[in-house]
Write a protein that binds this ligand. Structure first.
Ligand SMILES: Nc1nc2c(ncn2[C@@H]2O[C@H](COP(=O)(O)OP(=O)(O)OP(=O)(O)O)[C@@H](O)[C@H]2O)c(=O)[nH]1
Ligand SMILES: *[C@@H]1O[C@H](CO)[C@@H](O)[C@H](O)[C@H]1NC(C)=O
Length: 389
């Protein structure tokens, strides 16, 4: 009947529509880069992401964007791999380079160019000795290595040990001569093809890391609701793990320690010494710095983000003694993304030299032309009197 004909026609058009538009994932003849963000928590993974993006651009291969690995209390369950697009816009990366999220790659591209039996994992030959059979990359041994690839049902039947002369700093030409895209369409690495902390030249790539509209809107609403502008944002680390890490710096260091180059400088010849006060500033140093910045910027609120104690009472007392009416805001729930967003939006910012969470904030502020300061890094606020702790 006429009706069935029409229905058939609609179904056919619908199917054609799907075929034409869902097949948006075109195959990149130049190949792909995949990696596990297997080192550290969010801040470290963000440093590695920028470096990997830069590496993919150098090789002119599409970067397969891995999910963030969230180290929750429940181990590595399904909710431990957060797609990049949950928090950030994938499209905002595209003006810089070609990218595809890992889930999409596995669904749309892998079936044509990365069949299960062709999934090689690439690592330095010297890494082989860490594997059980001494001739493969131990890509899936331990956490989060195994669970990460398992989450995408990826196994590696074979390993490619790359020669010692080849490393992440090698040129495109060198990489292409060892691994041409035609025979090696997907270079999958055990860890990020990048360094931590991120190279100085790649810091500016943070401009392409943009919140989703949803997250940006929520942050905006929260600022309108809770903060009185202008406001100072501070980030400090004072959990036990941080204190322990800083014990390695008791007497200061002349080489990079975690994210220290963000405040000591990247050039070895001109960089400042990384002191214990920069790593684990005393409460007095923190208070003195905050007070003077709040005064200097006529701020009405102080936003505090931290992994442990916020010293809210101490700050309240300090402002009261100084005769200042400054409201103190911190988020009650453990909301790292919202903390980051509110720190980025703050009028003035003081962070922790060694922290990669601070580094995420300060890089973004830098490309936005906003000022950054660091606890313990400016002599005028250092009051290394630790009696209050
Ligand atoms: N909610 C919240 N969590 C934080 C904050 N600062 C640190 N954290 C937590 O602590 C983790 C810090 O680990 P990283 O992201 O690796 O950053 P890092 O400061 O370099 O610390 P390390 O891992 O110890 O080197 C984050 O992933 C958060 O879980 C904060 O201001 N707010
Ligand atoms: C990189 O790849 C793109 C897409 O295939 C191509 O248009 C471009 O010319 C390549 N650039 C270089 C420098 O090879």
């Amino acid at each position: 009947s006429n009706r069935t004909m029409r229905l058939r026609f609609y179904i056919l058009t619908f199917v054609l529509h799907i075929l034409t538009f869902s097949g948006a994932a075109e195959i990149d003849e130049n190949g792909y880069i995949a990696y596990c963000p297997c080192m550290g928590r969010f801040g470290n993974q963000a440093d590695h992401f920028l470096g990997s993006l830069s590496f993919a651009k150098k090789l002119n291969r599409t970067l397969i964007i891995p999910p963030w690995i969230v180290h929750g209390y429940r181990g590595y369950g399904d909710d431990s791999f957060i797609p990049y697009s949950r928090w950030f816009q994938v499209n905002a990366l595209k003006p810089y380079h070609r990218v595809i999220e890992m889930k999409e790659f596995m669904l749309e591209i892998a079936p044509s160019i990365w069949l299960p039996e062709k999934r090689y994992i690439y690592c330095h030959e010297s890494t082989f000795k860490r594997s059980e059979d001494k001739k493969s990359c131990p890509a899936k041994s331990g956490n989060p290595f195994g669970p990460f690839w398992d989450n995408f049902k990826i196994d590696f039947p074979a390993s490619e040990g790359f020669p010692t002369h080849l490393h992440f700093h090698s040129s495109k030409k060198e990489w292409d001569s060892v691994y041409p895209a035609t025979s090696h369409p997907v270079l999958a690495f055990m860890g990020a093809p990048a360094s931590y902390p991120v190279n100085e030249k790649d810091k500016q790539l943070q401009r392409y890391v943009q919140w989703t509209k949803d997250l940006e809107n929520s942050a905006g609403k929260l600022i309108d609701l809770k903060l009185k502008k202008p406001y100072v944002g501070i980030h400090f680390r004072n959990g036990m793990d941080w204190k322990k890490a800083c014990d390695h710096v008791k007497n200061g260091l002349d080489y990079p320690f975690m994210s220290s180059p963000q405040c000591t400088g990247y050039q070895r010849s001109t960089s400042k010494r990384f002191t214990y006060e920069m790593c684990y500033p005393s409460l007095n140093t923190v208070k003195s710095h905050v007070l003077s910045l709040v005064k200097e910027s006529n701020s009405n609120s102080l936003f505090i983000a931290t992994d442990a104690s916020s010293y809210e009472n101490e700050f309240n007392n300090m402002f009261k003694e100084a005769g200042l009416d400054v409201s103190i805001v911190k988020l009650e729930n453990d909301e790292l993304m919202m903390d980051l967003a509110l720190l980025i939006e703050s009028d003035r910012f003081i962070g922790s030299c060694g922290s990669s969470v601070t580094a995420f904030v300060s890089r973004k502020r830098e490309v936005l032309g906003r000022p950054n300061e660091y606890f313990g890094a400016s002599d005028k606020h250092n009051e290394a009197d630790r009696s209050e702790l």
